[in-house]
Design a protein around this ligand. Structure first.
Ligand SMILES: Cc1ncc(COP(=O)(O)O)c(C=O)c1O
Length: 381
């Protein structure tokens, strides 16, 4: 057989997975590793979700659901928009997906044609770019800096020429920075005026340390909103996310969903109905993240890392590191080998400038974060 993989599969790997693998190998050879590389909660799903899933296992056939997902969950998610944002969402506009990851693929396929130009910020979550490229969609980079809180402005968007879409995460992975309501409204309005699909990744909503994050849906019923049970609800492995679709995309997204995945996992959907009544447990996790965040904000400057993005939300701190070593991949390798601290080099999130940055995740145990800042303080390049 001489056939090889299709050209569309020639996309960048998700390097963070390689960092996790290196940390695992170090642990297997006896090192005690402090995990500040892992971008997921270290807690299980809320107890109410687990109980609901047990009931599902015992009593439900667990067949396919419709492509959009079970109605009680879509209704519960619609109510969540009223509860959190004061926004009216029709349950029929909600579609359950295989994580936010599945929501992106469905939304991108429904909204964009090959050759369309879609704006993606750098630094940003790498799978936006890689999924778009795999679908033959042209990625238009917009480089952001700390001066605009690592989020684009309408002036930056104006400079890009005609585009068909914009994908933004707020709070962002890897920077943790957020668009406030005024800036979100400006961007949504810019998209509407220029007939550009706005895909708003709201996966870190609920995990914020000051003001709550606004949803794009507050400002425009035509925004494509992506969210997930993975982060605030601590359910990464349940692989459940959702889309709030504009009316004009509902049929297209549904057809894509029917054909690509049939439906999101049924057991996860049954469990997830309970998630939206488990805020006490979810909030307790946010309190732990807030403590960890403070440990890093206090401790990193003592380790010479004082060029930090404002961590408005999510569980990440984006730190400039090129004054320690020019290449953050080498820096992270040395931290792992010499002091057992695993962190993620920025190259995943920003192909151009990422080598000058490191992402610290503070989703893990408080003791690990506290110990990591001590080890980093005592380390010399
Ligand atoms: C910004 C962002 N969007 C989407 C995802 C994918 O999440 P899911 O587990 O819902 O597929 C992640 C995962 O880390 C993320 O950080």
């Amino acid at each position: 057989m001489t056939r090889t993989a299709a050209a569309r599969a020639d996309i960048a790997p998700f390097y963070v997975m390689e960092v996790m693998r290196a940390a695992e190998l170090a642990e297997a050879s006896g090192a005690e590793v402090l995990h500040l590389e892992v971008g997921q909660p270290c807690t299980p799903a809320p107890a109410g979700v687990i109980a609901a899933a047990h009931r599902g296992l015992d009593h439900d056939v667990l067949g396919y659901t419709t492509a959009a997902g079970i109605e009680p969950l879509r209704r519960r998610i619609a109510r969540h928009y009223a509860d959190w944002y004061g926004v009216d969402v029709d349950p029929d506009a909600v579609m359950l997906t295989v994580g936010a990851s599945g929501a992106f693929v469905a939304a991108f396929m429904a909204a964009f044609d090959p050759g369309d130009r879609v704006v993606v910020p750098s630094p940003g979550y790498p799978c936006y770019r890689n999924a778009l490229v795999a679908l033959g969609i042209d990625v238009v980079d917009v480089t952001t800096t700390i001066e605009t809180r690592f989020q684009p402005t309408v002036e930056m968007l104006d400079a890009l020429g005609p585009v068909d879409g914009l994908v933004l995460g707020s709070p962002s992975n890897p920077t943790g920075t957020m668009l406030d309501a005024r800036r979100m409204a400006d961007i949504v309005e810019w998209c509407r005026r220029h007939d550009v699909w706005f895909v708003s990744d709201e996966i870190y909503h609920g995990i914020t340390y000051g003001d709550a994050a606004p949803t794009a849906r507050q400002f425009d019923v035509d925004a494509i909103v992506v969210n997930s049970l993975s982060k605030y609800f601590s359910m990464t492995g349940w692989r459940l996310g959702w889309l709030v679709m504009p009316d004009s995309l509902r049929d297209a997204v549904t057809r894509i969903g029917q054909n690509l995945t049939i439906a999101a996992p049924t057991l996860s959907q049954l469990g997830a109905i309970a998630a939206f009544d488990c805020h006490e447990e979810c909030q307790a996790n946010v309190v732990r993240y807030a403590r960890n965040r403070q440990l890093l904000l206090d401790g990193l400057p003592r380790a010479g890392l004082d060029r930090l993005a404002p961590a408005d939300g999510a569980f990440y701190i984006w730190a400039q590191t090129d004054h320690l070593l020019p290449d953050s991949q080498e820096l992270c390798g040395r931290w792992l080998d010499e002091i057992g601290v695993a962190a993620t080099p920025g190259i995943d999130f920003d192909p151009q400038n990422g080598h000058r940055f490191v992402r610290f995740s503070f989703a893990g145990a408080q003791a690990d974060v506290a110990q990591a800042v001590v080890r980093l303080r005592d380390w010399t390049p």
